[in-house]
Design a protein around this ligand. Structure first.
Ligand SMILES: Cc1cc2nc3c(=O)[nH]c(=O)nc-3n(C[C@H](O)[C@H](O)[C@H](O)COP(=O)(O)O)c2cc1C
Length: 472
């Protein structure tokens, strides 16, 4: 049944709430109160076109996953057949903010950190805040970057280093470099099809993309963007409705994804105030008068801009590994390991520890993955023989990658840097990879090593005085 915009407008209350997304009408009444981002944002678009607000921040298959066929009401009449009606995807009161700063150019970028500055100029404030945001006071975010400074490199000299080889193997697949693209939702906030552009750049340079299950493109679309012989790995959250994740894992296996990571550090969304503040300031711009505060809608409890339905929070080690192993024999990493004892449990359960605090976005005050790496070396170094250890958080330089590898990491992930680089599209991601490769090769040559397997703990020293946590 084709519906007109004026019919849709009649359904703009909590009792009957319809929205238009991509020229189709959906009855989201049942979903209003359980929406992870709160009901207020849905009610803002009740009876109207929500496409522009919905699309960049929801995974591509959100509607199919969470609405029943009955809630999908049919296409919207084309503009011609309802000529006096205009799409209203933006809140009419909302004026997009014009950036007063000059746009950054790709040619001005010389380090991976430069992409953040460029993104702060080129992205709408809300999107930039979503990428940049960390939990609460952002101690963990800052600490992630800061702590790499606690490692000194110990180079060997007078070694022939004409030819440097950065290739490595990660969970059975050979890649040209040991750093990889971390799973990170929201790539579409930087540019449409952002996740697919990451896949293409990863292919071009032969590096690993660990694809995000919260991606803005579907599992299929990303798999279709692969070149022959390109290997992708898939990240999952165990959703509150486990059958959704089970289907996702089965489909990922069928599509040829070759390993999984179960993210376990996000049983609840971290309290990301930078993100919340950005959305409050957008709402304030849109609403002229102060609305009465609704206690059920406490702004400070709001989740991040990119929504993800609640996750299953009842797993323990045994049930989680049993569940995963019942679904796949492929290699499994547990993402979000924050202490050596849990890395030791990974070894016990024959899964791989991925040291991460989610880029400091979850638990403020969490240790950096470097600290955990050093602790594993001290308390249970056998983990490095039995498992492949992955590390992410605050990596911005080729030399950070070398430090992590020397301490025993097998692969090193970057999240924000690749998201920020996407403001220049695929060309930006390509440049980020070239910069990292250049720094990695330069560091290796200056360290006197020609291949990654020559790196070992003797190439670094861990300073006793780790930089102080309150240095920011
Ligand atoms: C905007 C953003 C979205 C993220 N989304 C996810 C996600 O959906 N799943 C996940 O496992 N990790 C996610 N992460 C965490 C990254 O995988 C990674 O652990 C983190 O970004 C590494 O820190 P870095 O940003 O300092 O490189 C996200 C990170 C950012 C910045």
């Amino acid at each position: 049944m084709t519906l007109t915009r004026s019919e849709v407008r009649k359904h703009s209350t909590k009792k009957s709430c319809w929205v238009i997304i991509n020229n189709a009408v959906y009855d989201v009444t049942e979903f209003v109160d359980s929406h992870p981002g709160g009901s207020r944002i849905i009610m803002k678009y009740a009876g109207r076109d929500a496409t522009e607000a919905f699309q960049p921040i929801h995974p591509a298959d959100t509607l199919e996953k969470h609405l029943t066929p009955q809630q999908s009401l049919g296409p919207i009449a084309s503009e011609a057949s309802s000529s006096q009606e205009r799409p209203e995807s933006r809140n009419p009161k909302q004026k997009p903010k014009a950036s007063t700063q000059r746009k950054a150019k790709l040619s001005s970028i010389i380090s991976v950190a430069d992409f953040e500055l460029a993104a702060s100029r080129n992205l709408p404030p809300g999107s930039f805040a979503f990428f940049k945001s960390g939990a609460e006071d952002e101690y963990a975010v800052n600490w992630n970057q800061e702590s790499w400074k606690a490692i000194r490199l110990r180079p060997r000299i007078l070694r022939p280093v004409e030819s440097i080889n950065t290739s490595c193997s990660i969970l059975g697949t050979k890649f040209s470099s040991p750093f990889f693209i971390c799973p990170a939702g929201g790539a579409n906030l930087a540019i449409p099809q952002g996740d697919v552009l990451l896949t293409k750049a990863a292919a071009r340079h032969g590096i690993l993309q660990w694809v995000c299950n919260n991606a803005g493109s579907t599992q299929q679309a990303i798999a279709d963007a692969r070149i022959p012989n390109q290997t992708l790995y898939w990240q999952i959250y165990a959703m509150a409705d486990l059958t959704i994740t089970e289907r996702e894992i089965k489909q990922a296996v069928e599509l040829g994804y070759k390993a999984f990571a179960l993210t376990v550090d996000a049983v609840r969304a971290g309290k990301r105030e930078r993100d919340v503040r950005a959305s409050i300031s957008e709402t304030e711009d849109a609403e002229e008068d102060e609305e009465e505060e609704d206690e059920d809608e406490d702004g400070f409890t709001k989740g991040p801009a990119v929504k993800r339905p609640p996750v299953w929070s009842s797993f323990d080690w045994i049930s989680a590994v049993k569940w995963l192993r019942g679904l796949t024999d492929l290699p499994i990493a547990i993402k979000g390991i924050q202490r050596w004892e849990d890395a030791a449990l990974c070894m016990h359960y024959k899964v791989h520890p991925w040291l991460s605090n989610h880029g400091g976005r979850q638990l403020d005050g969490a240790p950096s993955s470097l600290e955990t790496l050093v602790d594993i070396r001290k308390h249970c170094p056998e983990v490095f023989d039995k498992c492949e250890v992955f590390v992410d958080g605050g990596i911005r330089r080729g030399s950070d990658i070398v430090k992590a590898l020397a301490l025993g990491a097998k692969g090193v992930g970057l999240g924000r840097s690749f998201l920020f680089s996407l403001v220049f599209g695929e060309a930006g991601v390509n440049k980020a990879i070239r910069i990292l490769n250049h720094e990695l090769e330069t560091t290796m040559a200056l360290m006197g090593v020609t291949s990654l397997d020559q790196l070992n703990p003797s190439y670094v020293s861990v300073l006793h005085a780790l930089p102080k946590r309150d240095s920011h």
